[in-house]
Design a protein around this ligand. Structure first.
Ligand code: HAM
Length: 441
């Protein structure tokens, strides 16, 4: 561009629809959530695994199922321009974890308890609680056949909700039985819906012969009574499937964990057998599934591994955080630091830097005011930072070998209208701040 040419405003670029930035104001909440997740996983002996975001498309087609919504219309798939491979941004991570388990022969060392966290991608219509890039935390118990593993992953969820202080998440469970039991049920369902073909909507008609089970999941009010009276899978379960489901329920009852059997709970992925479950909560007044999972015994063999049972779950991080924000407004606001250092500028800068460094040495989080400004505007920033204390370094105080401490937000401060302030000699700053912070705990 020549110097004479007028500068044109550059076009503003926005993010991709349905893919969100997590801004710093939200970080305290995300951090609290991530800490609670790591604690809960550790408490049950789950170890973290990190798999790539991009996998071969056929991994998801084979595991999630060709006639599921995810594979039919929600995957971000592309051809690698350099080598022609068909690749997909992972829409979920059970398939990736199972792929990695097989590839690295992890089950050779016995059953594995694994967990993961990270972004997933589904091309859905964005709305509250539904995004195109969203985050999941999941746990997979691989190599365990019994209902004890099912109960364990469910208890893990409950512990996480408790640790987060999340109330009102309801547990729904169901048993999908084994494939031969589902086949018999499927035939009965097709016969039933065929006999009532005039009452099916377009979606249901399309699914009748490909995935009739999904018709049971319809949100169409006009079809509710039809679906309600349809043959139930529970009537087709054999003794072993029934015993597995009943043992799971006994284990949950013994831990006083309330649940509801939802015979219409079918899940949107094809790899499940026996136990399936979902945690549902009201978010913004509407019920939303915050977490889903179940047993997927056929999957490891379906992906080329040696036959081994497995179960697990994944929760939607954005949905859980939305619920937390709703239930506890204060949860949304975290402090950026413990101490905010206010000072007079050039004449006090060395002392301010020194005090801030010593406070950090003592393990405190400190923001040193940068950019000058009046004490009044500095205090406004100190207040907005969420700090407990402001450390004030003024020229006059420094000349006396002193600084001042001001309590910014203390329920226990003697008078909220006249915030407490006291002088402290420079050599006692760290000691006094630590005392003050302990008093506030
Ligand atoms: P899923 O039910 O497809 O299961 O997803 C799990 C959770 O991810 C949902 O309950 C929901 O909270 C969240 N979620 C799904 N789609 C979106 C979206 N578009 N926007 C925001 N949140 C979303 C699975 O993915 C299985 N892999 C779970 C599993 C693990 N089963 C066994 N092991």
């Amino acid at each position: 561009m020549s110097a004479a040419e007028p500068r044109r405003a550059a076009e503003r670029l926005n993010g991709v629809r349905g893919m969100n930035d997590v801004l710093p104001a939200d970080e305290a909440l995300w951090q609290r959530f991530e800490d609670a997740v790591a604690d809960a996983m550790r408490a049950y002996g789950y170890r973290r695994i990190r798999t790539p975001i991009v996998e071969h498309t056929r991994l998801f087609v084979r595991s999630i199922g060709e006639v599921t919504d995810i594979v039919e219309k929600e995957m971000y798939s592309f051809v690698d321009a350099l080598n022609g491979e068909n690749l997909t941004l992972r829409p979920e991570n059970t398939a990736g974890v199972v792929r990695a388990t097989i590839e690295h022969n992890l089950l050779y060392d016995g059953p594995q308890r694994l967990w993961y966290a990270g972004p997933m991608f589904r091309h859905e219509r964005p709305q509250k609680g539904r995004y195109r890039q969203f985050h999941q935390v999941g746990a997979e118990a691989l190599g365990f056949a019994g209902p004890d593993a099912d109960a364990e992953v469910i208890l893990l969820c409950q512990r996480l909700w408790d640790e987060l202080g999340l109330v009102d998440a309801r547990l729904e469970i169901n048993s999908l039985g084994q494939s031969d039991e589902r086949r018999a049920h499927r035939e009965a369902l097709i016969a039933y819906f065929e006999a009532n073909a005039d009452r099916l909507d377009a979606d249901a008609t399309r699914r009748l012969h490909t995935n009739p089970l999904r018709i049971l999941d319809t949100k169409n009010p006009a079809m509710q009574s039809l679906v309600e009276a349809a043959p139930r899978l529970s009537e087709f379960l054999g003794d072993e499937s029934r015993a597995h489901f009943e043992r799971l329920q006994a284990l949950l009852r013994a831990q006083n964990l309330p649940y509801r059997i939802n015979p219409r709970l079918v899940r949107g992925l094809d790899y499940y057998n026996l136990t399936v479950f979902e945690w549902v909560a009201e978010v913004g007044g509407a019920p939303l599934t915050i977490c889903g999972g179940g047993r997927y015994d056929p999957l490891i063999a379906m992906l080329g591994g040696k036959d081994a049972p497995a179960c697990g779950f994944a929760l939607g991080v954005e949905r859980v955080l939305a619920l937390l924000r709703e239930q506890d407004e204060s949860a949304a606001h975290g402090a950026q630091c413990d101490v905010y250092v206010v000072h007079h500028g050039d004449a006090t800068l060395e002392a301010a830097f020194g005090a801030a460094e010593r406070l950090r040495d003592a393990g405190l989080d400190v923001i040193l005011h940068c950019g000058g400004g009046s004490f009044k505007s500095q205090f406004r920033k100190a207040d907005a930072s969420g700090a407990q204390l402001a450390l004030i370094l003024g020229v006059d105080e420094l000349a006396r070998g002193e600084a001042a401490l001001k309590w910014l937000r203390s329920a226990s401060s003697e008078a909220a209208s006249a915030p407490r302030q006291e002088s402290v000699t420079l050599d006692r700053i760290v000691e006094r701040v630590l005392e003050a912070m302990t008093d506030e705990d």
